[in-house]
Design a protein around this ligand. Structure first.
Ligand code: SAH
Ligand code: SF4
Length: 418
């Protein structure tokens, strides 16, 4: 766990702080400490929102205050290490390196009606999902709130300055960030202080002023974190990365399932929906011959229908060191049709989605790993899944009951879509 200052409440008096780690109250406390009127906090806030964090450039502040802030602010400005352009210039992957050498990635996706930034919350990830490049590399450290917010600042500044995508912007495309998805590296709900502080910054009407609906937090299903996100009282979109609809398979594909099994995850998703009145999403990374069979489709369809959740299917992106592949076109179509026939809303991400959203984690992997490198962390889990699948697939599908009870997903016809 990081001991770096992550939000206003966690700042140590007198210690240097990343200005983006301060929320409105934190800025107000900072100026009050210096005997300055409250509106100075508004002025600083306005600069930060425009991407200016150097007090010397905050020209409407008194010179003395600028000098004091310069000693107090310790910005964690990242260096742009690599910038990869995909999808005809509509997708920009930015590899950013912080002063301590940690590199993370941020992806900017341009659409005719929106500009979406995919942000990271951790350097690496401790969750160990065996199909994910980030998961294989393991956990390195938490990002501070400042480091998370700054990814949006960098992407927004690049977009506004025309440095990114100007030649490719579809007519009428926004020249500011309109949507943010927490789908980059790391597990957002395993870094709650930074995630919640970032959501507040993004939603603050005097800040980035993004609609809560335009903010999506993706999680493997950390139940206490989902409750805390709901407690924010904002209709932020919650996406849960399910990937398996029986505990037997999910225990290995998403190892944290052993702490929070499917029934518990489903319950908290229902609770989130009730509290926020917001439809939840289910993410499903479709892996050839691993989670693309009829049994999984049926259980997934039942869960999604009970929750009235929207399922997003992402064919797996091949990742260095991962033996699995994306499914065939025929199996993909059969899977999606089967889930849909169970009464669930389901979308197969297009190539664009594959290149962009699903590729979070891929840029860093190709930057740091040689092709074919296999990292040990996820290999054991992959072995177990393959061992389980060595039973003929047909035999598995013919079995009525899953290997162990899966709570509410065992009763697919209960609580049909309401
Ligand atoms: N840790 C969070 C958020 C980051 S991952 C989570 O897992 O939800 C964002 C999405 O990318 C997740 O749904 C994840 O399952 C998916 N993903 C990871 N590796 C992938 C791969 N190789 N191919 C396709 N999607 C992948
Ligand atoms: Fe972490 Fe998400 Fe990757 Fe799993 S899929 S290892 S939770 S980043």
């Amino acid at each position: 766990m990081s001991t770096a200052p992550e939000h206003a409440a966690g700042t140590v008096p007198g210690a240097a702080v990343d200005p983006y780690a301060l929320d409105r109250e934190g800025l107000e406390a900072l100026v009050a400490d210096r005997g300055q009127p409250r509106y100075r906090a508004d002025q600083i806030h306005a600069w930060l929102v425009r991407g200016v964090d150097d007090p010397a450039e905050m020209t409407d502040l008194p010179t003395a205050l600028r000098g004091e802030l310069a000693t107090r602010f310790a910005p964690t400005r990242p260096e742009l290490v690599a910038h990869t352009v995909a999808d005809d210039g509509h997708t920009h992957k930015l590899l950013l390196r912080f002063p301590d050498g940690e590199a993370i990635e941020t992806v900017l996706m341009l659409y005719p009606d929106r500009a979406t930034v995919c942000i990271s919350t951790q350097a690496g990830c401790a969750m160990g999902c065996p199909f994910c490049a980030t998961g294989q590399a393991g956990f390195r450290r938490q990002l501070t709130a400042g480091e998370v917010v700054r990814q949006v600042v960098v992407a927004d500044a690049a977009l506004r300055s025309g440095a990114v995508g100007e030649a490719h912007l579809p007519d009428g495309a926004p020249s500011r960030v309109t949507n943010v998805v927490f789908m980059g590296m790391g597990e957002p709900l395993a870094n709650l202080p930074a995630t919640l502080a970032t959501v507040r910054w993004l939603h603050d009407p005097d800040g980035f002023n993004l609609s809560a609906r335009g903010i999506t937090v993706s999680t493997v299903g950390l139940v206490p974190g989902i409750r805390q996100l709901a407690a924010l009282g904002l209709p932020v979109t919650l996406a849960v990365s399910l990937h398996a609809a029986t505990d037997a398979l999910r225990d290995d594909l998403v190892p944290v399932n052993r702490q929070h099994p499917l029934a518990e995850v489903e319950e908290v998703m229902a609770e989130y929906r009730r509290t926020t009145n917001r439809r939840v999403s289910i993410e499903w990374c479709l892996i050839g011959d691993v989670n693309d069979d009829a049994e999984q489709a049926d259980h997934l369809g039942a869960i999604a229908r009970r929750l009235r959740a929207h399922v997003n299917v992402i064919p797996m992106n091949p990742t260095p060191g991962v033996r699995w592949k994306e499914p065939t076109r025929a199996r993909t179509t059969a899977f999606v049709d089967r889930v849909r026939h169970r009464g669930a809303a389901i979308t197969l991400r297009d190539t664009r989605g594959r290149d962009a959203d699903a590729a979070c984690g891929q840029l860093l992997a190709s930057y740091t790993l040689g092709a074919g490198t296999r990292l040990p962390a996820a290999v054991g889990a992959a072995d177990r899944v393959d061992a389980g699948l060595s039973l003929p697939t047909l035999q598995r599908q013919a079995t009525d009951a899953p290997a162990r009870p899966v709570g509410s997903s065992d009763a697919p016809d209960q609580g049909r879509g309401t």
